[in-house]
Design a protein around this ligand. Sequence first.
Ligand code: GLY
Length: 280
Amino acid sequence: MSHDMVITHGGVGATSEWNDGCERAAKSGMDALKIGTVLDAVVAAGAILEDDDRYNAGTGANLRLEGLCELDAAVMTDEGDFGAVACITGVQYPIQVARLVMEKTPHAMLCGDGAAAFARHQGIPPYCPVTERAMKKLVKYRRKLETSKLADLWPGHKFTGTIGAVARSAAGRFAVSCSTGGTPLTLKGRVGDSPICGAGVFAGALGAICCTGTGELIMKRLIAHRIYIALEDGHALKDICQAEIDRFPQGEYLGIIAIDQSNHCVLNTHDMPFGIEGDQ
Ligand code: GLY
């Protein structure tokens, strides 16, 4: 028999000294699950993390090298419903907009100006997520580019990820959410793994998976989907996730939170804040 459970993460590469925010988010997700659905749970948990300016999502998220705050987010349910936004600007809760894309449009993803216009049309008020800390970080990265090429700075570059949540209900339902400002050293218009179905997120009848880390590498490997397929093949959740961590390029950043009917898993190549709420 399954139990209610919500797991959150605050991005691989971030410090576990920030577990408190992830624990608060997991609790908020659990509160939402008690009166609602697994989708409500991952959206509620995500909103807490998007509001906490320590994490790279929503308020305080990384800025593009051009100075813009472009945000990516996604939600997915065990019924295969999926919604995402990419490079959206001027919203407080990108996960909420991703949910609206899923529920109110025939599309799976909206990006850029179209995503922002859709949010306004849905009554989401304009919001500036840019913080002083994010501006200072941008100045630091721009300085690096005075003496180095962007591509040369990338290998082994420290990624302080994403936020995400997975939820399971006692009835065995699953959902996942994910949100990010992307990596700090990126060009306007760059999209990582977070809003890509099967890369940063995947959910189905057997479980839900959320990844964080070097988006380009996660996207090319479709890691969330690969984990799910291995679950379908009957492998144990922890073994599957450990295999993905082991085969990820040495020194690069990958974090995984995952849940199935009776197990859960939190694994990461570098430090990663997380929170778990529910019977373990
Ligand atoms: N994993 C977040 C990103 O690469 O955008």
